[in-house]
Design a binder for this molecule. Structure first.
Ligand code: ARG
Length: 579
C-alpha cells in the first residue's frame, strides 16, 4: 500500500523537527488541508504549540524547521505564514502520482487506522409491539453509517440493537390480547393488531381504573415469570422482530446482536444492591436514587435506579447493559468505546447513566459517547405526521420514497424497461431518504421534504447518483479502448488539479466524520466532489482529447467514480450504473 501524501508530510515534518530540536516532542505533528486554498494545499499549526511549550519564537522555529524539511520531491518551497504556520503546496507531479496509485488500486486516498479500537454502537433500538416510525429512521441510518465508516477505517465494530422489549406497555398489551384479540387481523397485520389492542386498552385505562389495575397485575405476573404471560410476550416479540427485520433488510442494515432490554432483567437487582452497598445509591421515599452533588450539571437531576414500587427502570437496565458490554458481553472483547445513537430528549438520561457508571466502575477505561440528534419535522416545521395526524410509519415512508423516485426515474429515462426502472427507483428512493438525513447537522431538526430530497440538483442523493452514472457512461461509450493505461499521469488544467486535490482529501474527511460522529462531513465532501467533477468535465474533453491527456482524464473519471461509490457506500447508499 502506498503512503498517503499528508502522512508523508507528517513524517517529514517529524524528521525536520527532530533535527532542529534534537527530539520530536511527544505530540503528533498533524498536517491538515489548508482552510484557504490560496495559501496552499496543506498546513500545519503544530510548530506554534511546540514553540510555546519551549518558550521559543514560533516564526523562527517554523523557519528553521522549513529549512530542514526534505520534501522537494512533493512540494514547492515551503512558506512560513502568520504566527508560525507552515503552508505546503503540492507539485502537480505529486498529485499526479497519487492519482496514478489510486487508479492502480493501491489506495483510495484513505488508510486503515494503525490503532484499531473495539467500538460498540447501540442504535435503532425500537420498542417492541409498536410499528417503527420515522423517529427511528435517524437512529438507524446514522448508527449504520457510523458503523460503516468506523469499519472502513479498520476498527472492530460491534453493533447491538437494544430493543425495548420489556416495558410497561406489555401489561396493557396482555389485557388487550386476552380479551380483545382478533385472530383474523392478527394474521393479516400483526403489528397493526397489537397497536390497535394497545390503543384500545390504553384508552380504557384512562376512564376505568379497574382496567388500569388489570394491566398492572398482568405486568407483575409477566415479570414474576407467569408461564402463560411469558408465552404471549414471546409471541408478541417474535412478531415485532419479523417486522423489524423486514425494515432492516430493506434499508440494508445489519446488527451483530439484538440483545433487548429483557436480556438484562436477571441482572437488575444486583446492580441496585451493589450501588446501595457502596453508598452510591440512597433510599428516598421508597425509591433508590443516585445524587450528583459534585456535578453542577446534574446537581438538580438525581438518577432513579429503582422505583418506589420496587420496579426497575430504563436507567437500571442501561446500567446493567453498560456493565455487561464493558465486561465483554458474549463476544468476549472489552470495548474501547461505546456509542449510543438516540434523539436529543435522552441527553439527560445518558449524562446520568455515564456519571453513575463512572462512579460504580471508576477502573473502566472506556469512552462513552451519546450521539444525539434532532427531530424530523413536517413541512411547516410541525411534527412529522400523516394527513390524518398519525405518526408516519417507516414502511409506508419507504414505499412512498420508491414510488416517487420511480416518477423521477421514468421522466428522466423513459426508455428503460419497467424492471430496470423499478430497481433504479429503489436505489434512488432509499438513497434519497438516507442522504437527506445524513447530510444534516445531526443536532438540528430538519424538515422532511420529498421535493428537496428527490431533486436532481443540489446536495441530494439523486444528484450524486446521477453524477456517478454519468461518469460510468463515459466508460460504456469508450468501450474497451479506455481500460488499462500505463505510464504517468500529467495534470495541467486548473480543473484537473482542483479535482485531484479534492480527491486527495477523502481519507481526512472519513477520519473527521468518524472522530466527530458526523457523516454530514462526508456528504458535504461528496457534493463538492461532484461539483469539481462537473467543472472538470465541462472544461476538459475526455474521450475526444489527445492521447497524452486522455489517460490522465480517464484516470480522474475512474477514481472520482470510485470515491463516489465508496463514499456513498459507507453512508449505506447503493449506487446504480444507469439513471
Ligand atoms: N428504546 C429506546 C427508544 O426507543 C432507545 C434505546 C437506546 N439505547 C439504550 N441503550 N438506551 O427511545
Amino acid at each position: 500500500m502506498a503512503t498517503l501524501l499528508h502522512k508523508i508530510l507528517e513524517q517529514k515534518l517529524q524528521e525536520a523537527v527532530s533535527i532542529v530540536l534534537g527530539d520530536a516532542g511527544a505530540a503528533a505533528l498533524l498536517v491538515r488541508p489548508c482552510p484557504d486554498p490560496k495559501f496552499g494545499d496543506y498546513q500545519t499549526n503544530a510548530l506554534m504549540a511546540l514553540a510555546k511549550a519551549r518558550k521559543m519564537n514560533p516564526r523562527q522555529l517554523a523557519a528553521e524547521v522549513a529549512a530542514k524539511l526534505d520534501i522537494a520531491q512533493w512540494c514547492e518551497p515551503v512558506e512560513v505564514a502568520g504566527a508560525g504556520f507552515l503552508n505546503f503546496r503540492l507539485k502537480p507531479s505529486a498529485l499526479a502520482q497519487a492519482l496514478r496509485e489510486a487508479a492502480d488500486g493501491r489506495h483510495l486516498f484513505f488508510q486503515k487506522t494503525s490503532e484499531p479500537r473495539c467500538v460498540i454502537i447501540d442504535f435503532s433500538s425500537p420498542n417492541a409491539a409498536k410499528p417503527m416510525h420515522v423517529g427511528h429512521i435517524r437512529s438507524t441510518i446514522l448508527g449504520d453509517a457510523l458503523a460503516r465508516v468506523l469499519r472502513l477505517l479498520g476498527h472492530h465494530v460491534i453493533t447491538d440493537n437494544h430493543i425495548g422489549d420489556w416495558g410497561t406497555q406489555f401489561g396493557k398489551l396482555l389485557v388487550g390480547w386476552k380479551s380483545h384479540l382478533d385472530p383474523e387481523r392478527l394474521r393479516a397485520n400483526p403489528i397493526e393488531e397489537m397497536e390497535r389492542l394497545y390503543k384500545l386498552v390504553n384508552a380504557q385505562c384512562e376512564s376505568d381504573p379497574q382496567v388500569l389495575e388489570n394491566a398492572r397485575q398482568e405486568l407483575v405476573k409477566l415479570q414474576a415469570g407467569d408461564e402463560e404471560n411469558l408465552r404471549l410476550w414471546r409471541e408478541m416479540i417474535a412478531l415485532s422482530q419479523t417486522q423489524f427485520e423486514w425494515v432492516y433488510a430493506r434499508l440494508g442494515v445489519k446488527f451483530d446482536y439484538s440483545l433487548g432490554e429483557s436480556y438484562y432483567q436477571p441482572m437488575l437487582k444486583k446492580v441496585v444492591d451493589e450501588l446501595a452497598e457502596r453508598g452510591l445509591a440512597q433510599p428516598s421515599e421508597g425509591a433508590m436514587m443516585v445524587y450528583f452533588e459534585d456535578l453542577p450539571e446534574l446537581k438538580d437531576h438525581p438518577a432513579m435506579v429503582r422505583k418506589s414500587d420496587g420496579g426497575f427502570n430504563y436507567t437500571t437496565t442501561d446500567l446493567a447493559t453498560l456493565l455487561f458490554r464493558w465486561q465483554g458481553g458474549t463476544w468476549s472483547v472489552r470495548p474501547n468505546e461505546i456509542i449510543y445513537v438516540t434523539g436529543a430528549p435522552q441527553q439527560l438520561h445518558f449524562k446520568q447513566l455515564f456519571a453513575v457508571f463512572r462512579r460504580w466502575h471508576s477502573e473502566a477505561h472506556v469512552k462513552l459517547a451519546h450521539v444525539w440528534f434532532g427531530s424530523v419535522l413536517g413541512e411547516g416545521g410541525k411534527p412529522f405526521k400523516t394527513r390524518s395526524g398519525e405518526t408516519v410509519r417507516l414502511e409506508d415512508l419507504l414505499d412512498e420514497a420508491e414510488e416517487r423516485a420511480l416518477k423521477v426515474v421514468s421522466a428522466k429515462n423513459p426508455d428503460l424497461d419497467q424492471a430496470q426502472r423499478g430497481e433504479i427507483a429503489r436505489v434512488v428512493g432509499l438513497g434519497a431518504i438516507k442522504y437527506a438525513d445524513l447530510a444534516q447537522n445531526r443536532q438540528s431538526d430538519y424538515v422532511f421534504s420529498w421535493d428537496k430530497m428527490l431533486a436532481l440538483q443540489g446536495n441530494t442523493a439523486p444528484y450524486l447518483l446521477y453524477a456517478y452514472t454519468r461518469i460510468r457512461s463515459i466508460f460504456r461509450k469508450g468501450g474497451e479502448s479506455v481500460t488499462g493505461g500505463e505510464g504517468e499521469f500529467v495534470l495541467a488544467a486548473p480543473e484537473e488539479l482542483a479535482l485531484a486535490r479534492h480527491l486527495l482529501n477523502f481519507g481526512l474527511v472519513l477520519d473527521a466524520a468518524a472522530e466527530d460522529y458526523r457523516p454530514n462531513f462526508l456528504c458535504e465532501y461528496l457534493y463538492e466532489l461532484a461539483g469539481h467533477f462537473a467543472r472538470f468535465y465541462e472544461n476538459c474533453p475526455v474521450l475526444k482529447s489527445e492521447e497524452a491527456n486522455r489517460a490522465t482524464r480517464l484516470g480522474l473519471c475512474d477514481v472520482t467514480a470510485r470515491v463516489l461509490k465508496q463514499g456513498l457506500g459507507v453512508l449505506g447508499i447503493e449506487t446504480t450504473e444507469q439513471m
